[in-house]
Design a protein around this ligand. Structure first.
Ligand SMILES: CC(C)(COP(=O)(O)OP(=O)(O)OC[C@H]1O[C@@H](n2cnc3c(N)ncnc32)[C@H](O)[C@@H]1OP(=O)(O)O)[C@@H](O)C(=O)NCCC(=O)NCCS
Length: 166
């Protein structure tokens, strides 16, 4: 891993070029088409939400978005979504570094993190400081399929109410 840059970009400050790179990167990982990636971002990302990415020679190699206001009862909760690493770079620690950087950033902003993942990635996120939230401790206002797990970097003494996806 050399000559990489870490970028935190508020959605309101994104340029057309940044957006194009993000859409292309995301479509490389999840090939739903550029238009569909764009619609998802328009629908789910607000001005103050943040795109975080690691780039190398201007190519995005790892990406995630940070979405504020995902909980109706925990004000300081940020949803980390779309965590992804370009296929040829996987298994080299980029995913773990991205998560560590995000957790450091959130800690300095006194925020907690929550994410959604499939069963096979639970151990990966556990290694990076997350714990599974028991379904009984979650109230969701949006549909999710049964094979999704919610993980957070804290154990909440109260039920976590989530109002939107991330
Ligand atoms: C999940 C992902 C972000 C990990 O990034 P990465 O750069 O490969 O991660 P690291 O190199 O830091 O760590 C790799 C670890 O993740 C595990 N891992 C990665 N993908 C996995 C998978 N599909 N199933 C099980 N484990 C997986 C590896 O086994 C490895 O574990 P190890 O440290 O015990 O060897 C990357 O594989 C990815 O982009 N996947 C496709 C998109 C995706 O599914 N994102 C998750 C959204 S919740």
């Amino acid at each position: 891993m050399k000559n990489f840059r870490i970028n935190f970009l508020a959605h309101k400050d994104i340029t057309k070029k940044d957006l194009t790179s993000i859409l292309r990167f995301k479509d490389n990982v999840w090939s739903y088409g550029i238009e569909s990636q764009f619609s998802w971002i328009k629908k789910n990302i607000s001005n103050n939400d943040i795109h975080v990415y690691i780039s190398q020679k201007r190519e995005i190699v790892a990406y995630a978005n940070l979405i504020d206001g995902v909980s109706t009862n925990l004000n300081n909760l940020v949803g980390i979504g779309n965590i992804s690493v370009l296929e040829k770079f996987r298994g080299n620690g980029y995913g773990s570094i991205l998560i560590k950087i995000i957790l450091f950033y959130l800690k300095t902003h006194k925020k907690d993190a929550i994410l959604i993942c499939k069963k096979n990635l639970i151990s990966f996120y556990k290694k990076n400081g997350f714990k599974v939230i028991k379904p009984l401790n979650l109230h969701l206002n949006f549909p999710v399929s049964d094979d999704n797990y919610f993980m957070a970097n804290f154990i909440s003494p109260q039920i976590v109410e989530l109002s939107k996806t991330f």
